[in-house]
Write a protein that binds this ligand. Structure first.
Ligand code: GLN
Length: 191
């Protein structure tokens, strides 16, 4: 049985927990460093990356999260992807675990949220159909360097998903759709 934690400082952590439970995984909320013990992987949800960062500093989670990410799987969705990056073009706490830089709110305000079908080769082993992705005040991944590689881009080339070993970053929100393929892909990295 896999144990996956979801960082529960702010944002839509409960949707990730529901998705993990649907997949038969033991899912728990992470708020303190000790909550990381015994986990096989961690999801950092969407929300507001500045708030998640400030709370992570306040709860002494920054170094424990970095240490966890050097050994185990972490997946950041939207604000979580920003938090995993090494540069978000402004001064806010970042884990800096992934060799990606991001541009926050790159598609505009809340009203400019949108949905798009993506081609993601990594998911196609299971099912050939495009992946329907939900973007809410999403960042784009501006650059992918070092060990990181591109997992998916929009038709115009803007990068919206990247992977670096067991680390994953997505601009969009797989926990808000019924498609479980992205969560299953993350579980395959955590295993
Ligand atoms: N706009 C948010 C940020 O910059 C991210 C939005 C989201 O997670 N849906 O942190």
């Amino acid at each position: 049985m896999m144990n996956i934690g979801v960082l529960a400082l702010q944002g839509d952590f409960s949707e990730h927990i529901s998705m993990l439970k649907r997949l038969g995984v033991t899912a728990s909320e992470v708020r303190l460093p000790r909550d990381l013990a015994g986990l096989d992987g961690l999801i950092i949800p969407g929300g507001e990356s500045t708030t998640i960062g400030k709370l992570a500093v306040a709860y002494d989670l920054m170094e424990p999260l970095r240490q966890f990410g050097r050994e185990k799987a972490i997946w950041g969705t939207c604000a979580g992807a920003i938090f995993l990056s090494k540069d978000a073009r402004r001064d806010q706490p970042l884990l800096g675990l992934m060799d990606i830089t991001v541009i926050r709110n790159a598609f505009g305000a809340q009203v400019d949220s949108f949905e798009a079908d993506l081609e993601i080769d990594a998911l196609k082993k299971q099912d050939q159909s495009p992946y329907h992705a939900v973007f809410i005040r999403a960042p784009i991944i501006e650059t992918v360097s070092g060990e990181a590689k591109i997992l998916s881009a929009l038709a115009d080339g803007r990068i919206v998903a990247a992977q670096q070993g067991k680390l994953l970053a997505t601009s969009f929100h797989p926990e808000l759709t019924a498609d479980t393929r992205f969560h299953e892909y993350f579980l395959s990295l955590a295993r």
